[in-house]
Structure formats: structure tokens, C-alpha cells
Write a protein that binds this ligand. Structure first.
Ligand code: NAD
Ligand code: 89V
Length: 342
């Protein structure tokens, strides 16, 4: 069986999930890791038994023979690292948010195309078991043509303790979390032609917005609401569940808290438990995200093997990224934004 040899760059908070994910998937293994912080390099290298360790990505590319590289650093380093991978002709996965700006993102996609290397953005939320279950209902045409959707992520979870940098940027919830929820909206209801956005900052201790409400016009005719909040104190904390409501011409889908999927179609209602599996290394409530990491990384390996384009390719992610940019511009101007103008 083919075994692709990969390297991981960025051994921080989230990379640990990606390393567990690589141990879980068939057909790939991590032979080297890189972090400019020697302490993180040691922690992750020791935890996963990786001997080949680098503090400099350029040196790693020079010394290792790699079939792919997985970039798990934060956005400011993504462009130089993706372009470095492209120059070395190594297929590349890059974490979200793909880049600091839409222009950077476009240049990164171009660099990979010109070098002829596959590129996937690690946009994992659509790979969650519950979201895949909703998509399967739509694909089986159980509710007819969707005309309304609500994709919702409302929480009071303290994300800042694990990811302190999230409290410091001028942009927060749309760029970091909304990007996933907008991607799910595109995945379920198709591409978007226009977006209207309102934002608010409720937590005075952070720099960016922590509430966003977005109204989307989908090219296929559906309208959806994408709403995100890290300022919602609920009786039972739902982090990190995305809730979904879709109404179609022949029925409805409701994905509610606790991973309950309710489908009403043809006069019948079925309720299914679509909870993610709990891997031995996973921990609640993150197991939902952790399962999606395994799924997207397996998808990458399957695509490398088959020579096909990953679902969240660079080109695909540019459309989600453009939605983020349009949302911020629309929130600032208080005007609806056509995606064609972004
Ligand atoms: P982090 O700051 O904890 O880790 C980043 C690591 O990258 C650090 O150890 C840093 O030293 C290293 N690094 C930075 N630039 C480097 C370079 N040029 N060369 C080598 N090493 C470098 O960040 P994190 O919280 O792990 O987030 C990483 C990325 O993962 C972010 O883009 C974040 O948005 C994303 N993320 C995704 C999810 C998800 O579910 N998809 C969840 C959390 C974080
Ligand atoms: O997915 C992310 O990037 C994370 C979290 C789910 C906590 O928002 O920042």
C-alpha cells in the first residue's frame, strides 16, 4: 500500500489534533516536524516519537524528501510557507484562515497552480459527522429544493485560554469561526451572490467582534442566515456544535443541540443520533472537531492517491474567504455586498 511521507510545520495548540489525526488515517505518516519555538518542537516531537525536528522550514525542505507538508501555523506565516512548499514542489495543506488578506490567498493559490502542486485548505468543519449527515439528506433529495437555511454557532465558551491570539486581532469571530460556518452554508446550500452583515463586540476584553449575523443570497435561490456568537450564555453550553435548520419544498431538516438530526419528509419524521465518535485520544467537547480532523486528513490522502482535487481546494476556499472579506466590508459600510465586487 502507498504510504505518503509528510511533515508538519507549526507544533502549537491545534497541531496536536492534526498529529493524532495523521496517526489515525490510512496511507500517510509524519516523518518530520518543524516549529521555530524549540520548546513546542520538543513537546510534540516527544509526544509523537518524531526524531527529525527542525526550527527552520527551509532547512527541512532541503533535507527531507516529502510527499506533502501540513502547515498548522497561524495566518501571518501561511503565505511564505505555502510559497516555500510550492517552490519545493511539495503538495501542501494549509490551516484556515488561509491568509491574512484575500489578495494573499489569491497569490498562494496561483503559486501552487504554477508549481503544479495540489493545495488543500484545512477547512474541517464541513467534515463533522453531523454536517455530513445533513448533506447526505440533501443529496438524497429528501426535502426537495431548499429555500431557507439557518446555520448557527452560538456559545459562551472561553476560546481565548487555548488560543490567546484570538483576543488581540481587530477581526475575530467572522475571520476565525464564522469562516467555518460560512463554509458550511456554501457546502449545504451552494455558492453565494450577496451578503448583508451586522457585528457587535460584547466582551470588552477583546479587540475584535464576537457576534456576527449574516444574511446570504445563494445562487440557487435559497436565502440563509449565518449567525455566530461567543457572547451567548446558554443553559447547556453547546461548544463547538453548529446547529442547522433547512426548509425545502418537500420537507425540513433540523440539526439540534446534542447532535440530534430531525428530518420531516413525505409526512414522516425521523430522529437520528449523529454524534461524532470519541477517539481514544480525543476529549469532549472537542471530539466533534477532532473527528473532522481525521476525516479531512483521510480525504487528503485519498485525493493524493487518486490524483483528484480536494473538496476544500485552494480554489474552493477562495470563495469562502471572499465571503469573509465581503462580510467585514458590509459590516463596516452597513450595505449589502455583492460577491462579484469583492
Ligand atoms: P499556536 O500559536 O498555538 O501554534 C502555532 C505554532 O506555529 C507555534 O508553535 C509557532 O511557534 C509556530 N510557527 C509560527 N510561524 C512559524 C514558522 N514560520 N515556522 C515554524 N513554526 C512556526 O496556534 P494554533 O492555535 O495551534 O492555531 C494554528 C492554526 O490552526 C490557526 O490558523 C488557527 O486558526 C487554526 N485552528 C483551527 C482549528 C480548527 O478546528 N480548524 C482550531 C484551532 C485552530
Ligand atoms: O476552529 C477554530 O479555528 C477555533 C475554534 C473552533 C475554537 O473557533 O478557533
Amino acid at each position: 500500500m502507498t504510504e505518503f511521507k509528510g511533515a508538519l510545520i507549526g507544533c502549537g495548540f491545534f497541531a496536536v489534533n492534526q498529529m493524532h489525526g495523521w496517526a489515525e488515517v490510512d496511507g500517510a505518516w509524519i516523518v518530520a516536524i518543524c516549529d521555530r519555538d524549540p520548546e513546542r518542537l520538543k513537546i510534540v516531537g516527544d509526544q509523537f516519537g518524531i526524531e527529525r525536528r527542525y526550527t527552520d522550514a527551509q532547512e527541512m525542505f532541503a533535507r527531507e524528501k516529502l510527499d506533502f507538508v501540513d502547515i498548522a501555523t497561524t495566518a501571518p506565516s501561511h503565505r511564505p510557507l505555502v510559497e516555500l512548499a510550492a517552490r519545493n514542489k511539495v503538495p501542501v495543506i494549509c490551516q484556515k484562515p488561509f491568509a491574512p488578506t484575500l489578495e494573499d490567498a489569491r497569490q498562494m493559490v496561483r503559486a501552487c497552480k504554477e508549481a503544479g502542486v495540489p493545495l488543500m485548505v484545512h477547512e474541517n468543519f464541513r467534515w463533522q459527522s453531523a454536517i455530513q449527515a445533513v448533506k447526505a439528506v440533501l443529496d438524497r433529495d429528501e426535502i426537495g429544493t431548499p429555500f431557507f437555511g439557518r446555520i448557527s454557532f452560538r456559545s459562551g465558551y472561553d476560546v481565548f485560554s487555548g488560543q490567546p491570539y484570538l483576543a488581540t486581532g481587530k477581526r475575530f469571530i467572522i475571520e476565525d469561526l464564522g469562516i467555518h460556518i460560512l463554509d458550511i452554508a456554501r457546502y449545504l446550500l451552494g455558492d453565494v451572490t450577496a451578503i448583508t452583515t451586522r457585528t457587535a463586540r460584547i466582551n470588552p476584553k477583546i479587540a475584535g467582534e464576537d457576534v456576527a449575523t449574516m444574511l446570504l443570497d445563494h445562487a440557487g435561490g435559497a436565502t440563509s442566515i449565518v449567525d455566530c456568537s461567543y457572547a451567548s450564555r446558554l443553559e447547556v453550553e453547546p461548544f463547538p456544535e453548529t446547529l442547522v435548520e433547512i426548509d425545502g419544498s418537500e420537507g425540513t431538516i433540523r440539526l439540534s443541540q446534542g447532535y440530534h438530526l430531525t428530518v420531516t419528509s413525505g409526512g414522516k419524521t425521523t430522529v437520528t443520533d449523529v454524534s461524532p465518535p470519541l477517539y481514544s485520544w480525543a476529549s469532549r467537547p472537542w471530539h466533534n472537531i477532532q473527528q473532522s480532523v481525521v476525516a479531512i486528513q483521510q480525504h487528503w490522502v485519498d485525493c493524493l492517491k487518486a490524483g483528484c482535487e480536494p473538496a476544500t481546494s485552494g480554489d474552493d476556499n477562495l470563495k469562502t474567504f471572499a465571503l469573509v472579506e465581503a462580510a467585514y466590508r458590509g459590516a463596516e459600510s452597513h450595505k449589502p455586498m455583492a460577491l462579484a465586487d469583492v
